[in-house]
Write a protein that binds this ligand. Sequence first.
Ligand code: AKB
Length: 318
Amino acid sequence: MKRILVTGAAGQIGSELIPALRERFGDDAVVASDIRVPRDAAARDGSFEHVDCTHIREIDHAVRHHRIGTIYHLAALLSAVAEERPRVAWDVNMGGLYRVLEVARQHGCAVFFPSSIGAFGPTTPPVDTPQVTIQRPTTIYGITKVSGELLCDYYHARFGLDTRGLRLPGLISHTALPGGGTTDYAVEIFHHAIRYDRYTCFLRADTRLDMMYMADATRAMIEVMEADPARLADRNAYNLTAMSFAPAQLAEAIRAERPHFEIDYDVDPVRQAIADSWPQHIDDRAAREQWDWSPRYDLERMTREMLTALSAKARDRT
Ligand code: AKB
């Protein structure tokens, strides 16, 4: 049996993609890997490998040892933290992807690459951003994402590798916190709503960006890898969205469930500049047409689920 390797498994996406993959393909079919070794013993069982993606030997060992057929390569620095450490961001995001693609080429693995709305820049049309358009990002994160898209295209065209990717929007989840992204406010706000009924947002009230609930995102990652290759014209990465809102609209949706919730703003100039360089709403028709993408969560449904899940966790803690 060919297995699936997930790099960056301890991150926000990995913590929910791994259970979703295990539910679909069985526990034995999925190997989690990360540079951080999980503290709890259960997560360190036979299906966990320590992999630093900047070391090709570690990737190669995991792929050989577990007979890997598909790699979900999630290990990467997010936009805000990448701006603080651009050299590390290049080494991890580009160096990691390059090494993963090289190992995949040698062993004939399929590769999933998470690109981002960060692969666009200030000269991209900001509303209904087309699938194929200007991509001149001004952040190191965006530069690694657009370069990653091109590298995946190259490995597909040159070596016939089965590379597929998504331009992910901000992802909202209650299992693990995101670490160092520009869209992190849309997760933090829920934790603060449950704890304090108030939140100070680091983006301006009217900063509109694409977003998605994690259950939709993990489903999209599985569906794109299962899609009929004959239908896929845009292999490098598909525009993907479920909703587009600004902090003020998210606060309104939370207030509909928790009337005492309050928001104020203390804008972080670095993260605001990153957000201002990204589109407000991308057009994901190519994904809908080529592999039948359809989101299930809108702002209201996602807000209700986030508040319910986090309230239950808070009750369990007390
Ligand atoms: C970030 O904010 O860096 C990520 C992203 C949109 O790629 N969530």
